[in-house]
Write a protein that binds this ligand. Structure first.
Ligand SMILES: Cc1ncc(COP(=O)(O)O)c(C=O)c1O
Length: 392
């Protein structure tokens, strides 16, 4: 079946967070896609809406089966039904887990640059962020295990949040790396929260490794957050699942989610994952191919036309992490300049911590829009360099 990823969908004036921008602006920042979801998902939502009764809702057996089958077939992880807990989103789950598993004043370790909202969840709940900075050698990001162990072994540290695959750098962590993280965290009694929301957006032919599948240590000491919302563009539906294999840990997480009133679905949150994971495989594979062609297109364009910017190579997500360190100035200033000069709205690397000199570009849109964004980037970088020189 052919899917129409080239079609432009008008999203202005629909209450879209991404597209609530000025008329001439082109938003390529927040991580949602400018594509319609899989037709089967829309169909299931429309069918359900036609009933016209929207009473209190529970997840059904199909919801559990959809996650179990998808993870078994796609990701080689056998999830037992009772390991799964519904949640209204990955961020609500993360905040709730922080509140339940750690106490005020304790440390939560993150590996930066990383998804900025982790910081909000930690700091808003009165916990400390302990940042272990990833190392970038100009071609690949790596974990600094000496630094990581120092942070994990701090007796005030009780939780580590892993981003697997990693937003914004697009890295898929390999089994050995995950095993090492799992061993360190078990050794120092630090629970691992693995955010795997980007796991279905890998390069075609490549797979991610679920943290809980790596070893007994990893399975027994982890809480994993997953969702179809990134891969199927359903963020506004607010639906996710938390996987907790360990009984005692699961009891705690489940109590936390219930107390926080984040464990009950709305009508569509209960059915959208079922449709996505049961019928959306073909659509998703076509999407991944399209996204990868977008990435290759953008990388080639930048290498050819924007010499001062280097794309960081990635294996997952639709986010392009751009190394702009050859350009004098700060990435906050550059990001603001690009937006005011050309209307191109990117994310500033500083938002993710340890991201000075980098920008993040969302490539999940029709190719023509990617090209428009790249043209604006090229023009803006050239104008910024002149502007910076004039300030000297
Ligand atoms: C790593 C990561 N986790 C969580 C989220 C958001 O999850 P949710 O919308 O389910 O709260 C995002 C969105 O970009 C993300 O990149």
């Amino acid at each position: 079946m052919e899917f129409q990823f080239h079609n432009r969908i008008e999203r202005r004036n629909t209450g879209s967070m991404k597209w609530d921008v000025k008329e001439h602006e082109l938003p390529m920042w927040v991580a949602d896609m400018d594509f319609q979801t899989a037709p089967e998902v829309t169909k299931s939502i429309v069918e359900r809406a036609k009933q016209g009764v929207f009473g209190y809702t529970e997840v059904t057996d199909e919801w559990y089966q959809a996650y179990q089958t998808w993870w078994k077939e796609r990701h080689h992880l056998e999830i037992q039904k009772d390991w799964l807990i519904f949640c209204t989103g990955v961020v609500p789950a993360i905040s709730s887990i922080i509140r339940k598993i750690t106490t005020v004043g304790e440390n939560v370790v993150v590996m930066t640059p990383v998804y900025n909202i982790f910081f909000n969840s930690i700091l808003n709940n009165g916990r400390n962020v302990l940042e272990s900075r990833l190392l970038y050698d100009g071609s690949e990001y790596q974990i600094d295990f000496i630094d990581l162990e120092e942070k994990i072994s701090n007796p005030q540290t009780t939780l580590l949040i892993l981003c697997n695959p990693h937003n914004p750098v697009g890295k898929i962590w390999d089994r050995e790396t995950l095993e090492r993280i799992g061993d360190l965290c078990s050794k120092y009694h630090v629970t691992v929260l693995s955010d795997e929301i980007h796991c279905d957006l890998t390069e075609p032919g490549d797979e991610y490794t679920p943290f809980a599948s790596v070893s007994d240590n990893c399975r027994n000491n982890s809480i994993t957050c997953v969702s179809p919302t990134k891969a199927f563009n359903l963020a506004g539906i607010q639906t996710a699942a938390v996987i907790v294999p360990n009984y005692n840990l699961r009891h705690k997480v489940s109590r936390g989610l219930n107390t926080d009133e984040a464990a009950e679905p709305n009508v569509f949150a209960a059915i959208a994952p079922v449709a996505a994971f049961t019928y959306g495989g073909e659509w998703l594979d076509a999407l991944r191919k399209y996204l990868w062609e977008n990435r290759l297109f953008a990388e080639e364009y930048i290498k050819r036309e924007i010499k001062d910017v280097s794309p960081v190579s990635a294996k997952a997500t639709y986010l392009l992490w751009l190394d702009c360190r050859n350009i004098i100035g700060s990435s906050t200033e550059l990001c603001n300049f690009i937006r005011s000069h050309s209307g191109l709205y990117l994310s500033d690397g500083n938002e993710y911590h340890n991201g000075e000199g980098f920008l993040r570009m969302n490539l999940a849109c029709p190719r023509q829009q990617v090209e428009d964004g790249l043209n604006r980037l090229k023009e803006s970088v050239a104008a910024y360099k002149i502007w910076v020189c004039r300030q000297c």
